[in-house]
Design a protein around this ligand. Sequence first.
Ligand SMILES: Cc1ncc(COP(=O)(O)O)c(C=O)c1O
Length: 371
Amino acid sequence: MAEFALDPALIYLNHAAVAPWPQSTVAAVEAFARENGLHGSQNYPHWLAKESSLRQLMAQLINAPNAEDIALLKSTSEGLSFVAYGLTWQAGDNIVSIAQEFPSNRIVWQSLQNQGVEVRLLDLAGSEQPEKDLLALCDSRTKLLSVSSIQYASGRRMQLEPLGDYCQARDIVFVVDAIQSLGAMPFDVQSCQADVVVADGHKWMLGPEGLALFYCRPALREQLKLNEYGWHMVEEVGDFDQTEWQAAESARRFECGSPNMLGVHALHNSLSLLLNQGLDEVATAIQRLTDFTIDQVDANHYQLITPRASDQRGGIVTFIVPDQDNQLLYQSLMEQGVMCAYRGGGIRFSPHFYNTQEQITAAFKQLKVLL
Ligand SMILES: Cc1ncc(COP(=O)(O)O)c(C=O)c1O
């Protein structure tokens, strides 16, 4: 696919880490750089229109009712921190999550322990039905439940709807770290009833690091205490002479200062590309590739860590080569140009829709050579 013109020496199966940019995104960034060099911020109104359009694309991506519900933050970790330090906690409140979550979605909750908040972590290793087991950890003092839509190491996709149903019925704040889903498959914040959805743009969304989508249900937004202040988060933005101010009603209240316009131009292009392609089509292509990857794992008698059922996974396939140092194998694969990751004790392949079966075959061939 012409949009992906990677160095032919690479086989890029690492979209669950940091993705390469499409060529049109490279061009958008180059054009933005040239514009800055020639005209400075003369076209700032156009940049603002691009920023506003990005919010619309993000709303479309997660089926948010309103683009005003979306803030542009710098990372997933920042969004999770805004929730943790926006809520008011009482000693004895508890938070339910998963032990194997990416550290950003664990450390932030554990940081509340010095306020007497208990963090209850489900060990996925011993869980046949994680959704059921997560809910079994909840009680009348559970104030928040936080999961990744797809686990970064095992690749397990969580069934979000039953979690959302349960949380809504009990007034538990339901937080979804969707970084391993958005851009790889359709996502519907309304059907899963998440109160918060957060995801940085540098993985499946094919954007740069440092620009994240943060959705917060309006009713919760009003409850969250703000912890960052500045000119950009007030209702009357741009009226610098005004001495009275109030926080913006929209999710812009979480954006304290100047926007990341370079990131906006890049992510706008990458998201447009994915949405034009169609997330259903993207997801189907990824599933074909991950099915094929699992066939290769089986054919080589490697041990699959990712759940086999197609509705329990997304773009991640993690596996162990038995009786081998898998970390060393991963390092050797990387040296040979097979871009992958070592996660959860295994080798993680995460192909995006433009990868080919030939590339995956070649990656496994390389692995065999190394063995
Ligand atoms: C599940 C998950 N959450 C969050 C992140 C990254 O967080 P941040 O956007 O804060 O860098 C990753 C990156 O690997 C991840 O896999």
